[in-house]
Design a protein around this ligand. Structure first.
Ligand code: SF4
Length: 327
């Protein structure tokens, strides 16, 4: 499968400014040296507690923010590589924006209440000048509505007339309008009733099967992430602490933080039980002043002398883990 995106040592720091001269007095270190890649038709789940950097990662990849350091490479359909870490030219930007789309957490905020459903879904098609005539565009949008399980006569209606689940289907129709190769979904079901969450997940999976779309699936819900992802990346305080195939990660989590997170999943039954007594206590430290060494050491039952002095680097090629317990 073709690679779509890779990140190399990507960092994102947000300055904290104070006083009348807005002097920078510190930084919120939201992302620390993130390295990963995603290929066509692959789903990577990104999990971690609130504030771990998973949503910032989504926003850096969609270019809402530029990274503070590091490189983001984007590969087009022909395998041509583009460094999109900073400002990019208009042509590359148009290409990237049609290949990558985002579905946000809250379908109540992400749809403009003044626009009809037809206009909301047509907007990216018009920006990218996909159709020559209005009637071709309208037929295509009506087909998209049917594809996401809605009626084509919703075309002229407004967002307030729909439930949360229906609005998320509209957001998905808009996201797939340009036939993207990668969709980033940030907590796509957490604002929805339990009863419609699985319908939206199933819709995303059906769309993937039909179109070979890759997903970066950001969520705090490990159970959902396990069921949709090929690989899972666990983040803690802006760092990737573990990454593996989802089955392998669930059956044999290595990092003490991952094990603690897993304990919240109903019916979790690890193959490796020796560390399964670990539990997650207290809050993560502030990303403004992260602890030295391993970022998890203030909460880790297994910490050793080295843990507060030296930051563990990622070990292993396939089941990656950043912890001094593993050499
Ligand atoms: Fe715990 Fe040390 Fe591993 Fe960090 S490096 S998770 S503190 S054992």
């Amino acid at each position: 499968m073709k690679k779509i995106i890779e990140t190399i040592n990507v960092k994102k720091y947000f300055p904290i400014k104070k006083g009348i001269f807005l002097k920078t007095v510190g930084h919120v270190k939201a992302l620390e040296s993130v390295n990963f890649s995603i290929h066509e038709n692959q789903t990577i789940g990104v999990v971690g507690e609130s504030g771990c950097g998973k949503s910032t990662l989504g926003r850096v990849l969609t270019k809402i923010y530029n990274p503070t350091e590091g490189t983001i490479n984007y590969y087009d359909k022909d395998g041509e590589k583009y460094d999109i870490s900073n400002k990019i030219n208009k042509k590359t930007n148009m290409k990237y924006r049609s290949d990558l789309q985002m579905v946000f957490q809250n379908p109540f905020d992400s749809l403009d209440p003044r626009m009809t459903i037809g206009d909301i879904i047509s907007e990216p098609l018009q920006i990218h000048k996909v159709f020559k005539t209005k009637s071709e565009e309208k037929d295509y949008v009506k087909d998209l509505l049917k594809k996401v399980g809605l009626y084509e006569d919703y075309f002229s209606r407004y967002p307030h007339e729909f439930s949360g689940g229906q609005r998320q289907r509209i957001a998905i129709a808009r996201a797939i309008a340009l036939k993207p190769r990668l969709i980033i979904t940030d907590e796509p079901t957490s604002a929805l009733d339990i009863s419609v969450q699985s319908q939206v997940i199933n819709l995303l999976k059906d769309i993937q099967k039909e179109n070979n779309i890759a997903y970066i699936f950001i969520s705090h819900n490990l159970d959902v992430v396990y069921h949709v992802s090929d690989r899972i990346m666990v983040m803690y305080l802006g760092n990737v602490v573990e990454e593996a195939d989802s089955k392998e990660l669930f059956e044999s989590p290595m990092h003490p933080y991952t094990q603690a997170l897993m304990k919240s999943v109903p019916g979790w039954n690890p193959r490796e039980r020796k560390l399964s007594e670990i539990s997650l206590e207290g809050e993560p430290p502030s990303p403004i002043a992260p602890p030295p060494g391993c970022p998890f050491h203030p909460r880790c039952k297994y910490k050793m002398d080295i843990c507060s002095k030296e930051k563990p680097t990622i070990k292993n090629a396939d089941h990656k883990v950043a912890c001094h317990l593993f050499k």
